[in-house]
Design a protein around this ligand. Structure first.
Ligand SMILES: Nc1ncnc2c1ncn2[C@@H]1O[C@H](COP(=O)(O)OP(=O)(O)OP(=O)(O)O)[C@@H](O)[C@H]1O
Ligand SMILES: [Mg+2]
Length: 212
C-alpha cells in the first residue's frame, strides 16, 4: 500500500508549520516507519535545518517548492510509509498543490485573533479540495499555546465556526522547540524523554486515530 500523505498548511506565516513537520516526521521515524519530509517552501527552512546537521536526519528530506506536489507525490509515496509536506506561507499555488496531494491536511493555528482571521483562506482551500477527494480529512491543531491562558480556550471555540475537526492534542510554546531547530535537531534527538518529545508522540497517536 502507498504511504499516507500529511500536508502541514497555513497561508499565515509563522504558524509553526516547519516545527511541526520536522518533529512529526521524527515521531513517525521513531516508530520505525519509512518517512519522507518534503520541503515545499521556497524559503527552504527545513532544508536549511538539515544542512546544519552533522548526520543525516532520521527521515529522508527533499526540497520540492513547486506546485507539482499533487502530480508527483503519489509516485514518491510508493517508497514510504508516510510523507509529511511542509507548506509555505502566502503561496496559494503551492499550498493548493500540497493540499491536493494529502490524505490528511493539518492546519496549525496560533491562539491569536490575527492568526485566526488569516486562517480563513486556508480553510477555504482545504474545503474546496475535499470536493474532489472525498476521502481526504482536514483538522486544526492549536500551535504555540502559551500556558493555560484564555486565548488557548478561545481559539478552540472560535475554530468551531469553520466546521472542521480540532485535534485534542496541541503543541505548547516551548523554547526547546526553537532551540532544537536552531541546532539542527529534532525535539526527540535533543530531549528524548522531554515534554516536547512527548507532545509529538501524543499528537502522532491522535493523528493515527484520525486516519485509521
Ligand atoms: N511550539 C513552539 N514553541 C516555541 N517556538 C516555536 C514553536 N513553534 C514555532 N516556534 C518558533 O516560531 C517561529 C516560526 O515557526 P515555524 O518556522 O515552525 O513556523 P512556519 O509556520 O513554518 O513559518 P513560515 O510560515 O515562515 O514557514 C520559529 O522561530 C520557531 O522556532
Ligand atoms: Mg515554515
Amino acid at each position: 500500500m502507498s504511504g499516507r500523505v500529511f500536508a502541514i498548511v497555513n497561508q499565515k506565516g509563522g504558524a509553526g508549520k516547519t516545527t511541526i513537520t520536522i518533529n512529526l516526521a521524527a515521531a513517525l521515524a521513531e516508530t520505525g516507519a519509512r518517512v519522507l519530509l518534503i520541503d515545499a517552501d521556497p524559503q527552504h527552512t527545513a532544508a536549511d535545518w538539515s544542512a546544519v546537521r552533522e548526520s543525516a536526519p532520521p527521515f529522508v528530506l527533499i526540497a520540492l517548492p513547486q506546485p507539482i506536489l499533487h502530480r508527483d507525490v503519489p509516485k514518491l509515496a510508493v517508497d514510504y510509509d508516510f510523507i509529511v509536506i511542509d507548506a509555505p506561507p502566502r503561496n496559494y499555488e503551492i499550498t493548493r498543490s500540497a493540499i491536493a496531494a494529502a490524505d490528511l491536511v493539518v492546519i496549525p493555528v496560533q491562539p491569536s485573533g490575527a492568526d485566526f482571521w488569516a486562517t480563513r483562506e486556508t480553510v477555504k482551500l482545504a474545503k474546496e479540495a475535499r470536493e474532489f477527494k472525498d476521502t481526504q480529512k482536514s483538522v486544526f491543531l492549536v500551535s504555540r499555546r502559551k500556558g493555560q491562558t484564555a486565548l488557548g480556550r478561545d481559539i478552540r471555540e472560535a475554530l468551531a465556526e469553520f466546521e472542521l475537526p480540532l485535534l485534542r492534542a496541541d503543541i505548547p510554546d516551548r523554547i526547546a522547540y526553537a532551540e532544537a531547530i536552531t541546532n539542527g535537531k529534532t525535539i526527540i534527538e535533543s530531549q528524548q524523554n522531554g515534554l516536547g518529545a512527548k507532545d509529538f508522540r501524543v499528537l502522532l497517536a491522535e493523528i493515527k486515530e484520525v486516519i485509521a
